[in-house]
Design a protein around this ligand. Structure first.
Ligand SMILES: [Zn+2]
Length: 215
């Protein structure tokens, strides 16, 4: 969107014409841009008002000669894409209250691809065999059993926590960290509880990073 928050096509539907570039709709005159619209059909009298509104809207935007077009991610201050800013946009769209698991997730100091993995985990969007079947990528009748144990359906909670193989990994890590705790069978609860026995907030935050690394 180079002008305003919505597409000009949506804002001024009646005036939309296909295959028109900005450059074809005006010219540079001593360094300042002058609009010169070529309408493909006769403008009806009742459309004149819309055109006036359209032009005064466009005049809010200053085009600069010689400046190259570029993509900007408006949700982040620096203009470049970050997983965190995308998450914040989605959270504003879908939820009124922040979900604790995501608040904890962003406290974890981890590379953005790891945080993105955590995000997919807590949204249930990891491509486990059960998810692939749900989306029709694996057809009914194809093998959806866990890649590790081959015994149970490969759901997210099974793959990351409940599978005997994964369970053993978590147990060993708990032993290594010196914690004795029950292992919740839901990824979000598991993540939220992980490291809560540690005394300081800094240690607890660090444990979220450890959780992501183990997962
Ligand atoms: Zn398994």
């Amino acid at each position: 969107m180079w002008a305003g928050q919505e597409r000009l096509k949506d804002k001024f539907t009646r005036l939309f014409q296909q295959q028109a570039t900005v450059f074809a709709m005006g010219f540079w005159d001593n360094g300042s841009w002058t609009w010169s619209f070529q309408w493909r059909r006769t403008i009806l009298p009742r459309e004149e008002e819309i055109i006036q509104e359209f032009l005064s809207f466009l005049h809010q935007v200053t085009l600069v000669e010689g400046r190259i077009d570029k993509w900007i991610w408006k949700a982040a201050e620096e203009g470049s894409y970050t997983v965190k800013s995308a998450f914040e946009v989605m959270q504003d769209l879908e939820l009124e209250e922040p979900i604790p698991v995501f608040l904890e997730l962003w406290k974890g100091a981890a590379p953005s691809n790891v945080l993105a993995f955590g995000w997919r985990v807590f949204w249930g969007r990891v491509q486990t065999k059960v998810n692939l079947q749900r989306r029709g990528i694996i057809t009914n009748g194809e093998n959806t059993s866990c890649a590790f144990c081959q015994e149970t359906e490969e759901s997210l909670n099974h793959l990351l926590l409940l599978c005997p193989f994964s369970h053993q990994v978590w147990s060993l890590c708990h032993r290594w960290l010196g914690v004795l705790t029950a292992l919740p069978d839901c990824v979000s609860v598991h993540f939220l509880q992980f490291g809560n026995d540690f005394r300081t907030l800094k240690q607890q935050g660090l444990m979220k990073t450890v959780w992501l690394a183990i997962a």
